[in-house]
Design a protein around this ligand. Structure first.
Ligand code: SAM
Length: 263
C-alpha cells in the first residue's frame, strides 16, 4: 500500500519483530479474553494478537485510509471502529477479561491515559493495559516522590494502576523513525484504591500543587483549604516541603478530605 504517514496522528509504525513479540508476551492473551486495540495502524500488532486466538478483538482507528486497509487485511476476524479513541466510552465494553493494547499516538498519550485511568469500575473487567508511550512520558508515569519527573501524571496513574515498566524501545524499531525513544508499560488495575466521588478532584488538587512545583506546599494548601493548618497536621504534611516531596498516598488522602469539604 502506498501510504504517507500523518505526523498529526503520531503515525510511527512498529516494525521490530522482537518488540512486537514482547508486547504479545506481556499481554498474555487467553482464549476467553476480549481485546481492544487503540490505534492499530497497519495492524502489525493486531495480526499477532489474532494469532493468539482471543475471544474477540475490536480496534479503534481514526485514519480512514487505515480503516480501509485493515478491513481488507482482516475481513470479519476483527471489529473495526473508525473513530477517535478519545470519543469512546470504554465503560460500554464492560466484559470480563478485557485487555487493552495501544502504541499510543504521542500527541494524545497523556490524555488517553488519564481517560483510561478514570474509567468507572475498570478493575472489575479489565485485566491489564499494555501501552506504549514516549519514554519521557513513561518516565513521568512511573516517577516516585523526590524526583524531577514526579507530578500530576504519576499521582493520577498510580492511583488506580499498578504500573510495570517492560522495556525502552529505540526509534529504529519504527517507521518512520520518531525522534525520541519509547517505553512499553503494563498497567494492572488495582483492586484496592482510594475511592473518590469524582477523580477530577484529584487532578484539580495536583494541578494546583504542581503548577508551582518550586513553591512550598503551604501555598497550595492555603488555596485549597480554609483550615489548612489543621488538615496539614492531620495528614502529617510539613508545610515547608515542596510538592514533589509528598508521596502518592498523601495526595489521595488529601483528595478524600477535599471531597468531604466541597458541597
Ligand atoms: N499500532 C500501530 C503500530 O504499532 O504499528 C500504530 C501505532 S501509531 C504510533 C498510532 C496509531 O494511532 C496510528 O495508526 C494513528 O492513525 C492512530 N491514531 C492517532 N490518533 C488517533 C485517535 N485520536 N484515535 C484513534 N486512532 C488514532
Amino acid at each position: 500500500m502506498k501510504f504517507s504517514p500523518k505526523k498529526s496522528l503520531g503515525q510511527n509504525f512498529l516494525i521490530d519483530e522482537k518488540i512486537l513479540n514482547k508486547i504479545i508476551e506481556v499481554g498474555n492473551i487467553k482464549s476467553n479474553d476480549t481485546i481492544i486495540e487503540v490505534g492499530p495502524g497497519k495492524g502489525a500488532l493486531t495480526d499477532r494478537i489474532l494469532k493468539n486466538n482471543p475471544k474477540n478483538i475490536t480496534v479503534i482507528e481514526k485514519d480512514e485510509r487505515l480503516v480501509n486497509f485493515l478491513s481488507k487485511k482482516f475481513g470479519r476476524s476483527i471489529k473495526i471502529i473508525n473513530d477517535d479513541m478519545m470519543n469512546i466510552s470504554y465503560e460500554n465494553y464492560i466484559k470480563k477479561d478485557l485487555i487493552i493494547f495501544g502504541n499510543l499516538p504521542y500527541n494524545i498519550s497523556t490524555q488517553m491515559l488519564a481517560k483510561l485511568v478514570k474509567v468507572k469500575g475498570i478493575d472489575n473487567f479489565c485485566k491489564r493495559l499494555v501501552l506504549m508511550f514516549q519514554k519521557e512520558v513513561a518516565d513521568r508515569i512511573i516517577a516516585n516522590k523526590n524526583t524531577k519527573n514526579y507530578g500530576r501524571l504519576s499521582i493520577l496513574s498510580n492511583w488506580r494502576m499498578q504500573i510495570n515498566k517492560v522495556i525502552d524501545i529505540e526509534p529504529s524499531s519504527f517507521t518512520p523513525m520518531p525522534r525520541v525513544k519509547s517505553t512499553l508499560l503494563v498497567l494492572v488495575p488495582k483492586k484496592e484504591f482510594y475511592e473518590f466521588k469524582d477523580p477530577s478532584n484529584l487532578e484539580h488538587i495536583t494541578n494546583i500543587f504542581f503548577s508551582q512545583r518550586r513553591k512550598m506546599v503551604k501555598k497550595p494548601m492555603k488555596l485549597l483549604f480554609k483550615n489548612y493548618e489543621i488538615i496539614s497536621k492531620n495528614l502529617s504534611i510539613d508545610l515547608n516541603l515542596r510538592p514533589q516531596n509528598l508521596d502518592h498516598s498523601t495526595y489521595y488522602k488529601m483528595c478524600k478530605v477535599y471531597e468531604t469539604l466541597i458541597n
